[in-house]
Design a binder for this molecule. Structure first.
Ligand code: BES
Ligand code: MN
Ligand code: ZN
Length: 493
């Protein structure tokens, strides 16, 4: 899809136009103009109750009297001045659905004049483009019969001339691209998307951008580094663990400390010897959602050419039960030297991540954010709407919360304190890998914090937000929007 922002003469439009009307018969200024030249055509439709202004309604009009446009999409946009972000996205979804059901190729949208509460024109355009791109997303690689709904729309013009609008389009397209890349690898089945596949995607990214260099460590290299906790998780799988390091360097000061993003990349998590129940186990292909998000973010920032140094790390691994698998009771010596007693092999994410957090010390990071589908407990605490945010650094936590609010890719901070470490005590090792039933999302974060003491650190638990369950089962691409916004904001500092 091609997007642009430029002012257009409404009266000359030959293709298709989108205008808004509101409840109580209020017309937007574009709708009013069409109403005038058509001698009250829209007003009559309002009077007859065919247009109500209620959110959800889109009327497609052809042959509007005295008007040149092929089609006029009249979008009901609710109560003027009271539209929130969620409703606005709904309005865009409905509009694009209506446009798709026609053969329209080019549309000129006047929806940029719809006011969203507490948001400016930038966010109007930004949300629009992102909502449209997510509406267009399909994952059909493995269907022998593809969806026959052909999308004819190729160009959307926002009828507004401003630099802010151009920037919103550019940012939105990069975010959407990142989200799409993240969704594609996350949706990919675990018999194809294994750790080697993840690493191949990471390497392929380096061939697409001059600013990126990718290095991949296999199990041999990890063994030399004593990444024994990570390797223990991988022991039960014939698929070799792969740690991909994607280095993006574009800071005006080449030696500026990098921002490091670490993604949990369990391409499948069966639980290991502490095997998971069968129900919904297929969804554990999404246990690489953190790595997928990091991969998506790296794509987005390469597209935007942000003036930053960012290192994305994909911690690829598979957790299966097997004769070679690690067991409950095993004591592992981590790369950092701390020993960990395994009490549940299904708490594997923190074992993979703890060694990766130690590994990234070598980059002398400005800050590190890990992103992980880490705990079911986080889903119990926050549901599917907010990612869990845990941090040892208030400023970093606040900056992330800010980016989450801006993008509506929400995150909610959970506490972290000494007291939670109590739950991780082991009789036989420095740490246990589980902390009991209570506060499971927090004790997982507390476990990781022991390995993140060399830099400001934050952890995003995306167990509830990385994918949707049920009829719309599929990856969401979250928290790519949050993280890209965080980096955009960082680059503007
Ligand atoms: N990948 C899971 C977490 C998960 C579970 C994410 C369900 C989304 C939905 C993780 O590896 C795991 O199994 N965690 C355990 C930890 C427990 C053994 C302390 C969990 O949450 O049950
Ligand atoms: Mn697990
Ligand atoms: Zn897991």
């Amino acid at each position: 899809m091609k997007y642009c922002a430029k002012s257009t003469a409404l009266l000359d439009i030959k293709s298709n136009i989108i205008v808004s009307i509101f409840e109580e018969g209020k017309l937007s200024s574009a709708a009013r103009k069409i109403d005038e030249i058509s001698q009250g055509y829209l007003s009559k439709l309002i009077e007859s109750g065919e247009i109500t202004g209620k959110i959800g309604e889109v009327l497609v009009l052809r042959h509007v009297p005295n008007y040149t446009a092929e089609r006029v999409f009249v979008v009901s946009a609710g109560k003027k001045g009271e539209i929130n972000e969620k409703q606005f996205k709904q309005i865009i979804q409905n509009t694009i659905q209506a446009v798709k059901s026609t053969k329209a190729q080019q549309v000129i949208s006047y929806l940029s004049d719809v006011e969203i509460k507490d948001r400016d024109l930038y966010w109007n355009i930004r949300f629009s483009v992102e909502a449209i791109e997510s509406n267009f997303y399909q994952f059909e690689q493995f269907k022998s019969k593809k969806n026959d709904q052909q999308i004819t729309l190729t160009e959307l013009i926002f009828s507004v001339e401003s630099e802010m609008a151009q920037q919103a389009i550019q940012h939105a397209q990069a975010v959407a691209l990142g989200v799409k890349f993240a969704k594609d690898i996350a949706n990919c089945p675990p018999n194809i998307c294994n750790p080697v596949y993840l690493a191949e995607q990471a390497k392929e990214l380096a061939t697409r951008s001059d600013l990126i260099k990718t290095t991949v460590l296999g199990e041999k290299e990890m063994a030399e580094l004593s990444m024994n906790a990570y390797l223990a998780v991988s022991q039960g799988s014939v698929n070799e663990a792969q740690l991909s390091i994607i280095e993006y360097r574009n800071h005006p000061n080449p030696s500026a400390k990098p921002i490091v993003l670490v993604g949990k990349g369990l391409t499948f998590d069966a639980g290991g010897i502490s095997l998971k129940p069968a129900e919904a186990m297929d969804e554990m292909k999404y246990d690489m959602g953190g790595a997928a998000a990091v991969y998506g973010v790296m794509n987005a920032i390469a597209e935007l050419k942000l003036p930053l140094n960012v290192i994305g790390v994909l911690a690829g691994c598979e957790n299966l039960p097997d004769g070679q698998a690690y067991r409950p009771g095993d004591i592992l010596t981590t790369m950092k030297g701390l020993t960990v007693e395994v009490l549940n092999t299904d708490a594997e994410g923190r074992l993979v991540l703890c060694d990766t957090l130690t590994y990234v010390e070598r980059f002398e990071p400005e800050l590190v954010i890990d992103i992980a589908t880490l705990t079911g407990a986080c889903v119990v605490a926050l549901g599917a709407h907010n990612s869990g945010l845990i941090s040892t650094d208030d400023e970093l936590a606040q900056t992330l919360a800010q980016a989450a609010a801006e993008t509506t890719d929400k995150a909610w901070r959970l506490p972290l304190g000494e007291e939670y470490q109590e739950q991780l005590k082991s009789n036989f090792a420095d740490l246990a890998n589980i902390g009991g039933r209570w506060g499971g999302a927090i004790t997982a974060g507390a476990f990781l914090s022991n390995f993140a003491d060399k830099y400001p650190w934050a952890h995003l638990d995306i167990a509830g937000t990385a994918w949707l369950q049920g009829a719309n089962k599929g990856a969401t691409g979250r928290p790519v929007p949050l993280l890209v916004q965080f980096l955009i904001n960082q680059s503007a500092k």
